[in-house]
Ligand binder design. Sequence first.
Ligand code: HEM
Length: 415
Amino acid sequence: MPVATFTSLMGPHFLQEPREVHGPWRKVMLAAAGPGPGMASLVPGVREVMGRHVAAWEAAGRVELYDSARRMGLDLSVDVLTGVTQAGLTEGTIDMGWFKDQMGIFLHGLYGLPLPLPGSPLAKGLAAKEAILSRLEPLFRDKHERFAKEWAALGGSASAMAARLTEGPAPPTLEQGYQLGFQAKGMTTLRDTATSVLHSVMAAADTTRFALLHTWVLLAMSPRVQEECFKEQQKVIAEYGDEISYKAVMNMPYLEATFKECLRLFPPSSGGFRLLTRDVSVGGQTLPAGTTVWYHALLLQMLDPVLWDGRTDYDLPPHMDWKGNFEGAFKPERWLSDDTKPRHFYVFGSGAHLCAGMQLTTLEVKMLLAMLVRRFVMQLEVPDMLNKASVFPYTVPAKGTDGLRLVPREQPLPW
Ligand code: HEM
């Protein structure tokens, strides 16, 4: 995404610094979406959204992966994470079909050039943003006023507010996390509060969409790995019962290894910026403190010390070569032993800014794949669709190549 485009659509609501803002904000975000009560409370909503999609695919006997992954990412982020659906439907003030269309236009704008020429993705994205915010503001007025009062009562202290939100009887919401961050940064208007929805959806929709798309395609390319996943589901049912509950999803190590292996080979994010706080020497060059660098997830994963033999005489090391060496490259099993486990996995960033939604996304993709693997064998209609896809600025299959057949299993498992 061009940085200038991103900034004009997302505004100046940057919460990753300073520490006094980032720390309390991150604490609330992790309580809302990280493992534990926050994530567990999201599971019924996630299952409901997925059940709806799977029923439609089952009726059709096939899935068009590209658009289905897009819709799934959008529905999960809007229906489950933002609270808009519940509030909008209850009050009957928002047509959710319209809302999601606008959100799709807004998200698409993020990838456009930073030139709001008439008809450009950015111009359309900006118009969609205005339309979205004008509908959200009345919906969020009460919550906004309540939050502002509480904030004032706590003396405008972000850490006191974070403690209040995370120590209450129910887990906080992502929206409260963003409200806290915005207040702490002095962005205190109703419009800022409504903007929290854009931030939640931006963080969660397309990221989840491409994580799902990439995992889906690679898994569909491997009947062997699908069978291993199916066997694991038999064990999960024996231990935790039929329902794909929070506890059950958290106990699917092979499926989790499959997810990581797919993202190792085919990351849905390309990395991020870091500002060097000290000089760094690399390859005989010294980069001075103050330089902005880009960490490139795919490149770092390629140079994993556990997997890379240090040779440079090939274009692509065998452990990355899913095109020419699929069986050798795609091995979820490598994540299951300390000896073979990759050490470089940068899809979700690292360190103090490690993605707050990492565990939730992992849970979501595992839940969907568990549902599918229990009932179907998945077969790509065009087996080499990935070779035909373009990958910049994100993965787009060639027209008509992204069909997935859902072949019913003779002995399906319940969920
Ligand atoms: C496959 C899905 C996802 C990917 C690939 C992804 C990727 C990332 C990456 C690379 C970062 C680090 C940014 C940096 O270093 O500056 C990050 C941070 C973050 N992500 Fe995600 N993300 C995903 C899903 C989500 C979801 C579902 C949520 C919300 C529930 C979320 C919320 C966040 C937040 C709040 C941060 C900032 C963390 C901080 O600075 O403390 N992400 N994400």
